[in-house]
Each structure stands twice: as structure tokens, then as C-alpha cells.
Design a protein around this ligand. Structure first.
Ligand code: 3PY
Length: 254
């Protein structure tokens, strides 16, 4: 399967994903069955462990082999990244990346020598049928590396971050970014739109993908006007809370 999260800048339309913070394989399986392009699995703000993550990835992969997996890791620690990559996701998204030096260190961590410093031991990422040699040789193309921009410093440095060789995409974290810019949730403020425009331009100039997050109809409409390559269009907790609220209200009204 081609890895769309690596080549998304050439895609004809915006890839749509669903975000998962409830770390149960049934949720991953259900969401993947609706035809999303990818499921974003959150290890930064969820109670998922590495062991749970393996089952979430299996659940998505078992549905139809078409839906990809993007794992937002907890941090940029080499151990975190290597343990995640050994489980074979289609993409990793590293939060809180503020500088080009940090992005360079991430690329070094995710690549095997001589290009980087990743240790060999791919486990599930070897897809079991391949020899270790085949896995290691193919692995640079097997997954995408995206970094999340969510601070004033990241926006200041975005031109350098986006051009780091080996970075496939940048992800604008609107919630944290707006908080960092002192306009929490105020998507139309000048400081927020200026920062977003800067990030979009830098990504385009560097020819890397740009993605973002939306949790409501209004957010989706706004973020599509940004011309993003991939969009997280909703998340499991919101689906659950919307459905639970609607059923309760309907039941009470009868
Ligand atoms: C943000 O918007 O800051 C996010 O991290 C979305 O997941």
C-alpha cells in the first residue's frame, strides 16, 4: 500500500482522519470501518500504553488495509519514537516541536544508520513475513514523519522546521497554538490567523504536507479554507458525547 501520509501533497483532495483518545481496539475498528483515510491515535493525551497501541494498530489494519494510522507520540524522546515505530504505524506525529534542531534530532532518531541512529528491532513493523534486511532497507519509505506546531517559537522557526530533510509534514495544533498566542479558541483573531498563514506558506514553500485538527462543523469549514492536505475531522469522545446528549434529550422530550 502506498503511504498517503508521505505523499499527501500530491493528493487530489484533503485526506480525512478521525482522532482516537479512547484506547480500545473496538473504537479503532469501528471508526476505520467508516472509510476515513486515517485514524489518528493519541499517545500524548490518552491513557494508551505501548501494548494497547499495538492492538489499536492491528484493529485498524484488520478492517480493509486502506485506512492508515498516524500515531501522535507522547514526546520526542528516542525511546518513545523507536518503540512506536517498531509497531509499524504509517505515520508518527511528534508534538511540541519548536525548533529545526529538534526536528533534525527526530529525523536522526527515526532513521537507521548510516542516515540516523535508530536501533534495529522492528518487531511488528517487519510485518513478520519479511527478512530483517528487507525491513531495514525499506523502512525509510514505510512511514511518514510529521511534527506538530503549537507554540509561538515553532511559528517563528517554521520556515527552518519545514525544510528539515526527512520531515514529511507539519501539523498545526490550533488549540495549543491559540493558547500560546493568548487567544485560546479565538480562531479569527489577527495573531492566530497570521500564525496559521505563516505556517501554511512555509509548508507550501518547503513542499511538505500540512495538516490540522477540527472538532466541530464550524472548525472543519474554517480549516478546509486553509487548504490543508490532511484534516482530523472529529474525535471519538465528541462522537460519544454528541450521541449521548442527543439520545438523552430525545428521550426526555418524548
Ligand atoms: C491542538 O489543537 O493543539 C491539538 O493538540 C489537537 O490535538
Amino acid at each position: 500500500m502506498d503511504n498517503s501520509l508521505r505523499t499527501v501533497t500530491q493528493a487530489e483532495s484533503t485526506l480525512l482522519g478521525s482522532w482516537q483518545v479512547v484506547p480500545h481496539p473496538a473504537v479503532a475498528e469501528l471508526v476505520a470501518s467508516f472509510g476515513y483515510d486515517f485514524v489518528g491515535i493519541d499517545m500524548e493525551h490518552s491513557p494508551a500504553t505501548d501494548e494497547t497501541l499495538a492492538d489499536l494498530l492491528r484493529a485498524v489494519d484488520a478492517v480493509d488495509g486502506e485506512t492508515e494510522t498516524l500515531v501522535r507520540v507522547a514526546d520526542d524522546d528516542p525511546t518513545t519514537l523507536q518503540r512506536t515505530l517498531d509497531l509499524g504505524p504509517d505515520a508518527v506525529l511528534v508534538p511540541m516541536v519548536h525548533t529545526a534542531e529538534q526536528a533534525e534530532a527526530i529525523v536522526d532518531t527515526v532513521r537507521y544508520p548510516p542516515k540516523g541512529s535508530r536501533g534495529v528491532g522492528p518487531g511488528r513493523a517487519a510485518t513478520y513475513g519479511r527478512t530483517l534486511n528487507e525491513q531495514v532497507t525499506a523502512d525509510d519509505e514505510a512511514f511518514a514523519t510529521h511534527v506538530q506546531l503549537e507554540s509561538e517559537q515553532a511559528i517563528e522557526n517554521v520556515d527552518e522546521i519545514a525544510t528539515v530533510e526527512g520531515i514529511d509534514g507539519v501539523f498545526i495544533g490550533p488549540i495549543d497554538l491559540s493558547m500560546a498566542l493568548d487567544c485560546f479558541g479565538e480562531w479569527d483573531t489577527e495573531q492566530f490567523t497570521t500564525a496559521v498563514d505563516h505556517a501554511l506558506t512555509a509548508a507550501r514553500d518547503a513542499d511538505v504536507a500540512v495538516g490540522t485538527f477540527a472538532a466541530s462543523e464550524q472548525d472543519r469549514e474554517q480549516r478546509m479554507t486553509w487548504g490543508v492536505d490532511y484534516l482530523v475531522a472529529g474525535m471519538d469522545l465528541s462522537y460519544l458525547s454528541d450521541g449521548a446528549t442527543a439520545a438523552l434529550e430525545h428521550g426526555k422530550a418524548l
